[in-house]
Ligand binder design. Sequence first.
Ligand SMILES: [Zn+2]
Length: 51
Amino acid sequence: MPIRDPFKLELALNSTFRVKICRKCGAKNAWTAERCRRCKSRNLRPKRYKK
Ligand SMILES: [Zn+2]
């Protein structure tokens, strides 16, 4: 379902893309996480929205 309201769209994107992905095991982590909660690796990348 496409979201047409730009404010709601921004909220949705913020909650969806404010995560960090582990490069090693691919687990989702909290935005504030320093290391992976599954494999304890520090090899995290932010998942960001690209236009
Ligand atoms: Zn990991």
